[in-house]
Design a protein around this ligand. Structure first.
Ligand code: ADP
Ligand code: MG
Ligand code: MG
Length: 907
């Protein structure tokens, strides 16, 4: 049978279903599904995502030939259901042409509405409806969208406004009106003429009059938009493969712009910002779909509660609100009731928060889209836990519902309440996406990205955002817009990517050309600091202090639930008592990596360390090490206290020595004086330490084996600290870890020194403590000979940073020169330093774990590289049977959740 390329829907029937989103895209699959469950949807058809790939393979001409018959048949189907005819003058069928990929990519691709109009059909439509304003409003919108999307009339630079908007502004100006809906039929006719002129002048193209020609142009344009810059960027950020392709849905138009009983809107079954179980959304009377999102007119709220909340924030009195900005619940109560019933129905059907689009045509409600709504991290957690309590999903379902990486948003600092009180509120907008953000003002997306690269924190300030601004929004700490509501582009995207956003702050007067924003008489320039409170909508002058987030309520419950199902333990990488405390609060059950070198860099300690390295002989080194010992001990005690009752893995000194010595003459002179030697001598020693390739040089266990005194001193510090705390009644379980082992004997030599020093200490103090001696596995040879190393080592910790580096032979410090090209050419799918390479590095981990346990069945194995906090890598660690993962404090909750998911997914 010929491959099925087109799936129709309408009138309560559909060839597709919700679970066919890979083929029909999310939008197409859900339009089909809504038909099947009795939600009113205008009829139409979806061209599959496979056809998108075909389109790119065979080119436009052959593509049209192949699809012609199917599309014409599907149009007939729509004509029958709508009782009208595509391209007909007397009784025209108008359609929209919409994009829709598997994963939702809001606003990234193109949509065209009101297709099928021309100079004659518009007259026919006028006669048929008796509504000239509506007919011409639809026509001017069509010419505008088609001119932009298909014929390519776009702004030429970032400071320029859209050429169509420029024409509209000009016509409004001449006429002396402010809003689009104040334009009359004659003005709309003038717009159509001017639009077409502009298109012809700048692109040389005539506007097509034939309906089918328009349709094919639009279908191809939607497929083309799969490869536009912003869609490519979005896919890159979200990790969506190019091969997925987009589907195209062609659907009969329903009109929200037919007068006062017509409207269009967007709604959410729950609050996407906070997760509150509150139906909410925005609508506009006498408007078409795009108007709500684009922030052209300020939309009104759907529910009365929402409307009152909005009014309080916007400083609008109740009387004013009720008369000028009534909610849909008040203005169109019948339709509101129906909408409310259907949104509940959809949420129950999909068992998740829904983000929906609808249009009311002369009192009749139609749904145009539903999807699982994007939400903030906080909303994600609350909705999952609420739905669990409401019995919609079970515990495992709730855990699987939460995206581990998105938890990070909840851990970010919040504004300090006292600091807020002292700060000056510049203005207020809508609390579009919660959080605290503080940074320097920039006005353009590319500037945001540039400044961000220069390590500056920026707030992107815009009149409104558009899909082109995505990269800038990612780079910014927060986003502030002058226009647009809670469902505007800025708000939806910010919530999706977890950025703080205040939208629709009407008091902002933004001047892109001069890069200034004026707020009630105060003028701020690019580079000035402001702070945004995305939770309240307040905008503050300057920097406002922040503090750590509270982690209680739903978050704590979710984490407790994770622990119930998880098998992997989650430890942390912490070098200071502070980090250890933070991680403990986040639920770490031990330290998997405590790096001791950072302790040496600090203040006075560096001098003693330098003395040790620069010493002429063993004696000199011992003397210097004696000075370091008390510092190390004090550091360990602090960390142990924070980790009472838990294992703490301390890694012996790892980095190359040359990193510690002074390379400037001033520092060298200082050391010469302190040690009573000549500057000449110091210079000679520093030179001697220089290495061609320090990463593969004199570091790790090679240090401990050439300077055993260091290992002895560190052992003493680690164990003496534990013994002293034991006296205070604080128990810890030290684990001494030898770094960079490649050969069994490298390890056993170190172990001998450690055990000897421990025995000495225990005799001296007449007390003892349990401890383990193990090693990092970060050299491929160690992984290959794990069954030998485990005869001595009591635990393995996979140092996947070095292990990745050495397995691939990529220097971590130099990868930037080729990684971007490798990713682009798909030689590498991802950066292996961020996401564990399961096939190669992972194979070594699996092998080493099995090898080690073959000789020591109770060998404890963990991972302590960056990967320990990356969800897919954590899941891999679970599958391999590691005992724990260890990651930086802020990733601990992420790892805990990922570990639970791994256990659940394993079944
Ligand atoms: P996006 O993916 O950018 O949201 P959509 O395809 O959903 O694009 O369409 C953009 C807007 O046009 C939405 O508000 C949608 O509801 C509206 N729309 C699309 N098709 C129709 C239609 N057939 N009738 C009325 N409105 C439509
Ligand atoms: Mg949409
Ligand atoms: Mg290492």
């Amino acid at each position: 049978m010929e491959k099925k390329r087109v799936y129709t829907f309408g009138n309560g029937q559909a060839e597709g279903r919700a679970d066919m989103r890979d083929l029909l895209g999310g939008k197409g699959a859900n339009l089909a599904e809504m038909n099947l469950i009795g939600v009113p949807v205008p009829p139409g058809f979806t061209i599959t995502t496979e056809v998108c790939n075909e389109y790119y393979e065979i080119g436009q001409e052959r593509f049209v030939a192949i699809l012609k018959e199917d599309v014409e048949k599907a149009i007939k189907h729509v004509e029958t259901l709508m009782n009208s005819k595509f391209g007909d003058v007397a009784n025209p069928l108008l359609v929209s042409v919409r994009s829709g990929a598997r994963a939702s990519m809001p606003g990234m691709m193109d949509t065209i509405l009101n297709l099928g109009l021309n100079d004659e059909v518009v007259e026919g439509l006028t006669r048929k409806t008796g509504n000239a304003r509506f007919a011409w409003d639809s026509y001017r919108r069509f010419v505008q969208m088609y001119g932009d999307v298909v014929l390519g009339l776009k702004p030429t630079s970032k400071e320029d406004i859209d050429p169509f908007e420029a024409i509209i502004e000009e016509v409004k100006h001449v006429k002396g009106v402010k809003l689009d809906n104040e334009l009359e039929v004659a003005d709309l006719k003038e717009l159509v003429v001017k639009f077409k002129d502009a298109i012809k002048k700048q692109t040389g193209k005539d506007f097509p009059t034939n309906a089918y020609e328009q349709l094919w142009g639009a279908i191809c344009a939607v497929f083309n938009s799969w490869m536009n810059e912003r869609a490519i960027l979005y896919r890159k950020i979200e990790g969506i493969p190019t091969e997925w392709g987009t589907a195209v849905t062609v659907q009969a138009m329903v009109f929200g712009n037919m007068g006062e009983t017509s409207a269009t809107g967007v709604c959410f079954s729950r609050d996407a910002a906070t997760g509150e179980d509150l139906f909410n959304g925005e609508y506009l009377i006498n408007a078409q779909g795009e108007d709500v999102v684009a922030g052209i007119r300020t939309p009104q709220q759907i529910t009365k509660t929402g409307s009152q909340r909005w009014a309080a924030l916007a400083g609008v009195s109740e009387a004013n609100r009720a008369s000028k900005y009534p909610s849909m619940e008040e203005a169109l109560p019948e339709i509101y009731k129906e909408l409310d019933t259907l949104q509940t129905k959809l949420e129950n059907h999909y068992k998740d928060m829904q983000d929906m689009e609808f249009t009311v045509q002369e009192g009749k409600l139609w749904f145009l889209q539903t999807r699982n709504g994007k939400r903030t991290g906080a909303a994600m957690v609350k909705i999952a836990m609420d739905m669990l309590r409401q019995g919609v999903i079970n515990e495992k379902g709730a855990l699987l519902r939460v995206e581990p990486g998105k938890l990070e948003e909840l851990l970010h600092p919040v504004f300090d309440k006292d600091a807020l009180k002292k700060s000056k509120v510049l203005t207020r907008g809508l609390p579009a996406s919660p959080g605290a953000a503080c940074g320097q003002i920039v006005f353009f997306a590319d500037d945001a990205a540039k400044w961000h690269d220069d390590k500056k924190k920026v707030i992107m300030v815009r009149i409104e955002t558009s899909p082109e601004d995505l990269a800038g929004m990612h780079a910014a700490e927060g986003i502030l817009t002058a226009r647009g509501g809670m469902t505007s582009h800025a708000a939806v995207v910010a919530r999706g990517i977890g950025k703080c956003c205040v939208s629709g702050a009407g008091a902002l007067n933004i001047d892109y050309k001069n890069k200034t924003v004026e707020i009630d008489g105060i003028v701020l320039k690019e580079g000035d600091y402001i702070s945004l409170n995305g939770t309240t909508g307040e905008v503050y002058a300057g920097k406002v202090e922040t503090k750590a987030a509270e982690l209680s309520g739903d978050f704590a419950e979710l984490m407790a639930l994770a622990d119930k199902y998880t098998r992997l333990e989650v430890r942390t990488n912490a070098d200071t008592p502070h980090d250890a405390e933070v991680a403990r609060r986040f639920g770490a059950v031990g330290i998997g990596l405590c790096r001791t070198e950072h302790m040496f860099f600090d203040g006075e300690k560096i001098k003693a360390m330098r003395e040790m390295i620069l010493a002429q002989d063993v004696e000199g080194r011992r003397k210097a090490l004696a000075k370091i010992l008390p510092y190390q001990k004090a550091d360990f005690k602090g960390i142990y206290r924070a980790m009472e009752g838990c294992p703490v893995t301390v890694r012996l000194l790892d980095p190359p020595l040359h990193e510690f010595v002074p390379h400037d003459e001033k520092g060298q002179r200082e050391m010469a004086e302190a040690m009573g030697v000549s500057l000449q001598y110091i210079k000679k020693r520093v030179n001697a330490l220089r290495e061609q390739n320090p990463m593969l040089g004199h570091r790790g266990s090679r240090l401990g084996n050439t300077y055993p005194e260091i290992t002895a001193m560190q052992t003493r510090a680690i164990l003496e600290a534990a013994l002293e705390l034991k006296k205070e009644g604080v128990t810890v379980y030290p684990e001494i870890m030898v770094p960079l082992t490649g050969i069994l004997y490298e390890f056993t030599e170190q172990e001998k020194i450690i055990r000897r020093e421990a025995a000495k200490l225990f005799t001296e103090t007449g007390d003892s403590i349990d401890f383990k001696v193990g090693t990092m596995i970060e050299i491929p040879r160690a992984a290959l000979t794990a069954d030998r190393i485990a005869t001595s080592a009591e635990f393995f910790s996979f140092g996947t940073n070095d292990l990745t580096q050495m397995t691939f032979g990529y220097s971590r410090d130099d990868i930037a020169s080729f990684l971007p090209i490798y990713l682009e050419k798909k030689i590498l799918k991802v950066d292996p330093f961020q996401i564990l390479d399961q096939k190669g590095v992972g194979k070594l981990i699996r092998m080493a774990t099995e090898g080690g346990r073959s000789v020591r069945p109770d060998l404890k194995c963990g991972i302590c590289g960056e990967h320990g906090g990356e969800p897919s890598s954590v899941k891999f660690c679970h599958q391999v049977g590691l005992n724990y993962v260890s990651c930086s404090p802020f990733r601990v909750p992420i790892a805990r959740l990922a570990a639970a998911q791994a256990a659940i997914e394993e079944g």
